[in-house]
Design a protein around this ligand. Structure first.
Ligand code: ATR
Length: 281
């Protein structure tokens, strides 16, 4: 029988996940179906349970249900635990619900493997301290980042997120939090090697500019948003930064990791990425 999977969110109509997973299934020869399920805002858990009762084996979870998905799991992976959010659900042989989070590893693979930007020992500036940012701090550190600076409009949230990763010893913490507004000043700036935008500022068409001093000639700039040039990547281009990348690769890589969790087969991602890119507006 064909195994059923789905992506659950609200809204969901424009999700690219069904297309990505169908391509992975075709490429790896796996017999599965993958559908988009719209959950009512007040009934994510019911939507998931009905899907499982109808034979669903697993699901991806997207906005705004990742924290709720975290809560309904019987078992969570360490990275999901750390992220406080789940984007990949599976039902195991005993009927237990297992939760994982593949967003961070998807970002790291896109940066380190696809873009080829080194992370080991590098200073990373992460903009934002919401759900998207929280899921990537651990994977960035696991990939060898030397230091992660978290900058957020609400500075307290950046400091609190950094504290989750701080070590208790006397050594300087590799993760620290600061106010986004501080980035407008050069005075106390520290040049960063990789800058990642995990805020939703682009959604509101808002620009996040950084003062000189926070970057250098070879700084690489990543925006988790994708599509037509985002305001943040437009800023980076105007600042003369050559290495710029949007989040389309992260989307495909997090899907590939979810596919691997479900099927124990790792799909290729390059052709899917190119096909999606060709269809972007
Ligand atoms: P997500 O799951 O996408 O991270 P979120 O948890 O609501 O969504 O977090 C949104 C992030 O974008 C936060 O870091 C938010 O900053 P605050 O914590 O200060 O709200 C940031 N953000 C949203 N709009 C922004 C804007 N116009 N300028 C700067 N930061 C913004």
């Amino acid at each position: 029988m064909t195994d059923r999977y789905a992506v659950i969110g609200h809204p969901i109509a424009h999700s690219k996940s069904p297309r990505i997973h169908a391509a992975f299934a075709a490429e790896t020869g796996q017999d599965l179906s993958y559908e988009a399920l719209l959950a009512p805002l007040d009934d994510f858990a019911g939507t998931w349970r009905r899907f499982v009762a109808a034979g669903g084996r697993g699901a991806n979870v997207t906005v705004p249900f990742k924290e709720e998905a975290w809560r309904l799991c019987d078992v969570r992976s360490p990275r999901a635990e750390q992220a406080g959010a789940v984007n990949t659900l599976s039902v195991d042989a005993d009927g237990r619900v297992r939760g994982d989070n593949t967003d961070g590893v998807g970002l790291v693979r896109d940066i380190a493997d696809n873009a080829g930007w080194p992370l080991v020992g590098r200073r990373v500036l992460l903009l934002g301290a919401g759900g998207a940012a929280r899921g990537v701090v651990g994977p960035l550190l696991a990939a060898g980042a030397g230091e992660v600076l978290i900058a957020n409009r609400t500075a307290d949230k950046a400091v609190a997120l950094a504290a989750l990763f701080g070590s208790a010893g006397a050594a300087p913490l590799p993760v620290s939090g600061l106010a986004l507004a501080a980035l407008a000043e050069s005075a106390a700036a520290m040049p960063c090697d990789v800058i990642i935008n995990a805020t939703s500022a682009s959604l509101q068409g808002e620009r996040l500019g950084l003062a000189d001093g926070w970057f250098h000639g070879a700084t690489a700039v990543y925006d988790m948003m994708y599509g037509a040039e985002t305001p943040f990547l437009a800023w980076a281009r105007e600042a003369g930064l050559q290495q710029r990348r949007d989040g389309l690769g992260m989307l495909v890589e997090q899907a590939a990791e979810a596919f691997f969790i479900w099927r124990q087969v790792r799909p290729r991602t390059d052709a899917v990425m190119a096909a999606l890119r060709a269809n972007l507006p």
